[in-house]
Design a protein around this ligand. Structure first.
Ligand SMILES: Cc1cc2nc3c(=O)[nH]c(=O)nc-3n(C[C@H](O)[C@H](O)[C@H](O)COP(=O)(O)OP(=O)(O)OC[C@H]3O[C@@H](n4cnc5c(N)ncnc54)[C@H](O)[C@@H]3O)c2cc1C
Length: 374
């Protein structure tokens, strides 16, 4: 049997792809190396745009939201500022529970879905067909959709280029309500986070630029947890890489599509990746359906153009905003405290309500107002 599509990896990218492909009539095999629910190093924060996208695909998502937060407490050295909004800014989930829920709602009857099966390699058999080898069997397909996360072997085999940062996370048994804490002190391009989950908090640090800090992330995280008073039994800890999206993303090779982290599709400023994983799933599904419907698989290359047009632009502006924010953190905190509008702008940006480009130009307009109070 020759499958139209094989999907390797069923995190938010693979699950969203499959869900959106439902009803297409294509012959699809999807597998993941793990059994669900499984753990994934992640703070599990969903911006409003991520929540809305996932809830549209997987209705009832509120079942896996542990905490909904309307405020974010920001710190930099001895500065602090609060961003709050009348509506939810961030939905906090446990990634194991979130991905388990997405997996449960997949169209299992329509497509062949295997768990506990790991993709090992892929070879090109001809212009038409690819051979995919797993630790259980070998399969033939016409299109391969790679959703294996940041450590994808296939992405390495195809020499997919991505910028990489590093993180360290500790889940601490501690209940402190619904406040999110972010601290920018001491990073080159990164931050500390504490995301409440009800009976525990996910705390973590991530850095995209400084190699010196990459080596000290665990020590740094323990220091921040002590500073903010988050002490309790450690439930889980882990270090993990995180990619950073670019203007020009390396996401397509002849009939092989790279989604989510496998293609490096993560906001280079905040590290938000769940939205981009799910959105790349939706885009890829639309492109695959259309290419098969027209009987012309050369049209699969539209995937890269679509991703770059939509996300590459956003990632480019995220980097511009980062270049303005990180070197001038003290000044930006000063402005945040002087202005009523800037915290609201930050809230809209962090919830995904406006793009980085819109945020950048609104910021430029608000700075003189904040400085001279007119
Ligand atoms: C510490 C940390 C905190 C983060 N916090 C946030 C956050 O709060 N909010 C946010 O939006 N983003 C966050 N991110 C980013 C987010 O986790 C990722 O961008 C997102 O998980 C990408 O989804 P994905 O589907 O591409 O890959 P993944 O979620 O990594 O899923 C990949 C899947 O592929 C499977 N797989 C891997 N290899 C194989 C193989 N060879 N064969 C078969 N299956 C395979 C894995 O088992 C897994 O299920 C964080 C990242 C890190 C590291």
């Amino acid at each position: 049997m020759i499958y139209d599509v094989i999907v390797s990896g069923l995190g938010p990218a693979g699950s969203s792809f499959l869900k959106r492909l439902s009803g297409s009539g294509l012959k699809v095999l999807a597998f993941d190396k793990d059994e669900f629910p499984r753990r994934k190093p992640c703070a599990g924060g969903l911006t409003v745009k991520a929540y809305n996208l996932l809830n549209g695909l997987f209705p009832g998502l509120e079942k896996v939201v542990r905490v909904s937060s309307k405020s974010i407490e920001l710190h930099y050295k001895d500065h602090s500022a609060e961003i709050s909004a009348p509506t939810v800014l961030t939905y906090l989930t446990d990634r194991g529970e979130l991905d388990g829920y997405l997996f449960e709602l997949l169209p299992h009857r329509e497509f062949e879905v295997h768990t506990g099966e790991k993709c090992l390699s892929v070879e090109r058999l001809s212009d038409e067909n690819l051979s995919v080898k797993t630790d259980k069997d070998s399969y033939i397909c016409r299109t391969l959709v790679v959703c294996e996360g940041v450590n994808s072997r296939i992405a390495s085999r195809f020499k997919i280029k991505k910028d990489i940062g590093f993180t360290y996370e500790i889940d601490v048994e501690f209940n402190y309500g619904s406040r999110i804490v972010i601290d920018f002190s001491g990073f080159s391009w990164g931050y500390y986070w504490a995301f409440p989950k009800g009976d525990f908090i996910t705390t973590g640090v991530g850095e995209f630029k400084s190699r010196e800090l990459f080596k000290r992330l665990r020590e740094l995280l323990n220091g921040f947890n002590a500073k903010h008073g988050f002490r309790g039994r450690i439930l889980w800890e882990r270090g993990f890489p995180i990619p950073a999206g670019k203007k020009n993303n390396d996401v397509y090779r002849n009939r092989v599509l790279f989604l989510g982290d496998s293609g490096g599709l993560v906001d280079p400023l905040t590290g938000e990746g769940i939205y981009y994983a799910a959105r790349s799933g939706v885009i890829a599904a639309e492109v695959v359906k259309s290419a098969f419907a027209k009987g012309d698989l050369s049209r699969l290359s539209v995937y890269k153009a679509w991703v770059d047009g939509e996300m590459g632009e956003e990632f480019k502006w995220a980097r511009v905003v980062g270049k303005l924010f990180f070197p001038l953190r003290g000044f930006n905190f000063y402005l945040l405290k002087r202005s009523k509008e800037l915290p609201l702008l930050a809230a809209r940006l962090l919830s995904g309500d406006i793009s980085y480009k819109e945020g950048f130009f609104s910021y430029l307009k608000l700075v003189p107002k904040a400085l001279f109070k007119f």
